[in-house]
Design a protein. Structure first.
Ligand SMILES: [Zn+2]
Length: 343
């Protein structure tokens, strides 16, 4: 297994980071990189030498990434560097996989654990987002001065994505118990460690500390470790269970009303309730973290939440989680939603 190399830049402003990133890319031995950058990433990316720059259009899909990758291969690009948010990183991962090139991931936000995972989420022909296997980055470059400027909502979403890990592990154990999955202990331990890295921050008031550099480093470490757990196990199992199915269902039925990590955090409420934990405690935690604790926070009604719960199992055929175990029919789903959000 190739573990991505992680470079953290924390010794100046964003201009210094841009120079340092350019130097790091040429040190890898690249002379003609394809740089896929978001508008937010341009500042950090602009000093990379000899680069071909591409910014994904608003409607960039899996096909867009595939065409870009084929073109990069033909025109002799030697590496893919992705500088941007999750969408940009995911499209670049797909392009790199198509081109047969390695990739450097340079997140400008810490909004989900895809910054270092082999999985990409991007829209297909129909505009619906899909989770597809791609390649894992060879290295991850973290510019602290850039991450400190990221929106608070994206930092909250990054925390939200990590809240999934303990539930994903329970789902993994459950699938093993039913003879439907093998557990990879190394990946399991990494996922546990990833959550443990962020856990101390869940108990304190982060209102003013979301852009604190020590916190961002811990969040980055946790997200990277979660990604490496997925690379190691060759599946998203260590960090994705029923709560991710809820997020996929929100994408499919309601066009993704929240950021991925926020939707996943919302999904944790259902997993907790189905495992017999107190969903109120999870809701309280989410409220404190500024994450959606009820359907209304995502612009949905309780009836919509029932639809999401019923659609969740079909979003990941072949994955067995507490949601499949519960096998809820419509009245069961209504009852659960009613119990969680009792007026
Ligand atoms: Zn996720």
């Amino acid at each position: 297994m190739d573990t991505p190399r992680v470079v953290v830049f924390d010794a100046g402003d964003e201009d210094d980071a841009a120079r340092h990133l350019a130097q790091s890319v040429s040190e890898i031995g690249s002379s003609t990189p394809l740089v896929v950058t978001s508008v937010h990433g341009e500042h950090l990316a602009r000093k990379i030498h000899g680069a071909r720059f591409e910014t994904p259009p608003e409607d960039a899909s899996i096909d867009w990434a595939s065409i870009l990758g084929a073109d990069a291969h033909r025109s002799g690009c030697d590496i893919v560097v992705a500088v941007g948010g999750g969408r940009c990183l995911d499209l670049a991962k797909l392009a790199a996989a198509r081109a047969g090139l390695t990739m450097v991931s340079v997140p400008t936000q810490l909004s989900h654990d895809g910054l270092c995972s082999p999985v990409a989420v991007a829209p297909g022909h129909d505009g619906i987002k899909r989770s597809v296997g791609a390649i894992a980055p060879r290295s991850v470059y973290l510019s602290l001065p850039t991450l400190q400027k990221s929106p608070a909502a994206s930092v909250r979403a990054g925390i939200g994505d990590l809240l999934a890990n303990p539930f994903a592990l329970r789902d993994w154990a459950l699938a093993k118990e039913r003879g439907l999955a093998e557990v990879d202990q190394v990946a399991w331990d990494m996922s546990e460690r990833s959550y443990a890295t962020i856990e101390p921050f869940l108990e304190i008031d982060l209102t003013d500390g979301l852009h604190d550099s020590a916190f961002l480093r811990s969040l980055a470490d946790a997200l990277v470790l979660s990604g490496i757990a997925m690379i190691h196990s060759g599946s998203s199992r260590p960090a994705s269970g029923g709560e991710h199915e809820i997020s996929h269902a929100l994408d499919e039925l309601f066009g993704g009303p929240g950021m991925h990590g926020a939707q996943v955090a919302f999904g944790c409420i259902f997993s907790a309730a189905l495992y017999g934990d107190d969903p109120g405690a999870v809701r309280k935690r989410l409220t404190k973290l500024g994450l959606p604790a009820d359907p209304g926070a995502l612009g949905l009604s309780h009836e919509d939440a029932v639809k999401v719960l019923l659609a969740a199992p079909d979003t990941r055929p072949g994955r067995f989680t507490i949601i499949e175990e519960a096998a809820l029919d419509e009245s069961g789903a209504q009852r659960l939603v009613g119990e969680i959000w009792r007026p």
